[in-house]
Design a binder for this molecule. Structure first.
Ligand SMILES: *Cc1c(COP(=O)(O)O)cnc(C)c1O
Length: 391
């Protein structure tokens, strides 16, 4: 049997957009209220208050009404100006991409880069900061999704704090799927969104802001005001008695509330554990099938995404097309520099369930075998099951 491109997929095991939780989908279907209706205003404040308990920034979280690229671009525009020197920690496509938005502010950019299958060494960050005491902001990507690698942000945060610079972190594809919050990693501006590990559709950005970051943005004459890129305009918007700068995404807020409720009811550490177990099962299965993960060391591998190196002689796009056609399973490609070199299996939100690793391994193994790269799918499934049973 074959699934036509027009058939809906059976399993969407991607790294974003991800499958959304059924409870989120139901909430998205709620009545669209006027933004100044007291019911919606109360909802907005309640969502911000719930978010605050998990983002753990010094001040109330800011919600911006566009998918997380809005939050990242707004962060660069608000925090940086011509007088700044920003150290950009580049370990992949997203961290490199941040440079473009940062440079637009007129800030000088200093780069510390590693190959895209490696992670940033906090000692190297300390070395660069010692060489350049004029660095005012350090930017990092926690989980650089197109490589499936995770940087040690808590250790880097401690180094940045000692130096006195502000720490800006893209935690879009890590937040909600592994332990990270503004407090534990000393993050001054944490940017995330509900559309990866929280299991919502794309449409919102979530920012955790420290007192120092607010002070810096307020002192920055270039920080956007009366603009879709403004963070400052939204500082007080979480309060039910304050106006919105413009219309918030009503339905997305309802969806986000359902997602946080699920996250809090299950308990963050339980949620992180099932992400980690799914990824561990996936990696064990790949190994048993003779396949290699993209990260240079298993310790670098993300619990929310497993990047599989494309075997020699296999066309990666053709592999995913084959998997979609044979099994109705959708996997993610690489991006930019990693495009064509790896395939990504997402373990995010509802798909971070151990049995999804079995689905991914079977589909990947079947697709590879169909293209002439024979792998022992049974051995992969058995190895993954063993990890699941021990977990
Ligand atoms: C998904 C993601 C973003 C948001 O970008 P998209 O347009 O949704 O791809 C930003 N940073 C990271 C690390 C992400 O994984």
């Amino acid at each position: 049997m074959r699934y036509a491109p027009s058939d809906l997929p059976v399993f969407t095991l991607t790294t974003g957009p991800v499958d959304a939780y059924p409870a989120v989908l139901r909430s998205l279907a709620a009545t669209v209220l006027y933004d100044y209706d007291p019911v919606f205003q109360a909802t907005y404040q309640r969502v911000a208050e719930k978010l605050a308990t998990v983002v753990k920034a010094e001040t109330m979280p800011v919600i911006l009404h566009g998918e997380p690229v809005l939050g990242l671009e707004a962060a660069a525009a608000s925090l940086l100006g011509p007088g700044d020197v920003m150290l950009n920690l580049v370990s992949g496509v997203y961290s490199k991409g941040f440079e473009g938005w940062a440079a637009r502010s007129g800030a000088e950019i200093v780069e510390l880069a590693v190959p895209y299958d490696q992670v940033i060494d906090p000692a190297e960050v300390a070395r660069v900061l010692a060489e350049r005491p004029d660095i005012t902001v350090v930017a990092a990507c926690h989980h650089d999704t197109p490589s499936g690698t995770v940087n040690p942000v808590a250790e880097i945060g401690a180094v940045v704090k000692r130096h006195g610079a502000l720490f800006l972190v893209d935690a879009v594809s890590s937040f909600g799927g592994m332990p990270v919050d503004a407090e534990s990693a000393a993050i001054d501006l944490l940017v995330t969104g509900p559309n990866k590990c929280l299991g919502c559709p794309p449409g919102l950005s979530i920012l955790g802001v420290s007192n120092r970051a607010w002070a810096k943005m307020k002192a920055n004459p270039a920080a956007p005001r009366a603009s879709i890129l403004s963070i400052l305009d939204w500082q007080e918007a979480w309060r039910a008695d304050r106006p919105f700068p413009f219309t918030p995404s009503i339905s997305e807020i309802n969806g986000l509330e359902a997602a946080i409720d699920l996250y809090l009811a299950e308990g963050p550490s339980k949620v992180w554990a099932r992400h980690a177990l799914t990824a561990a099962a996936c990696r064990a299965g790949l190994k048993a099938m003779g396949l290699a993960i993209w990260p240079a060391e298993e310790a670098f591998a993300s619990p929310t995404c497993t990047a599989v190196r494309t075997p020699q002689g296999i066309d990666e796009a053709q592999l995913r097309a084959e998997i979609r056609a044979r099994y109705g399973v959708v996997l993610s490609s690489g991006r930019g520099e990693t495009l064509g070199k790896l395939t990504r299996i997402g373990h995010m939100g509802p798909t971070a369930q151990p049995l999804h690793a079995i689905v991914a391994l079977s589909a990947l193994g079947g697709g590879l075998s169909a293209l002439g790269h024979r792998v022992d799918i049974g051995a992969g499934v058995a190895a993954a099951l063993a990890v699941i049973e021990a977990g």
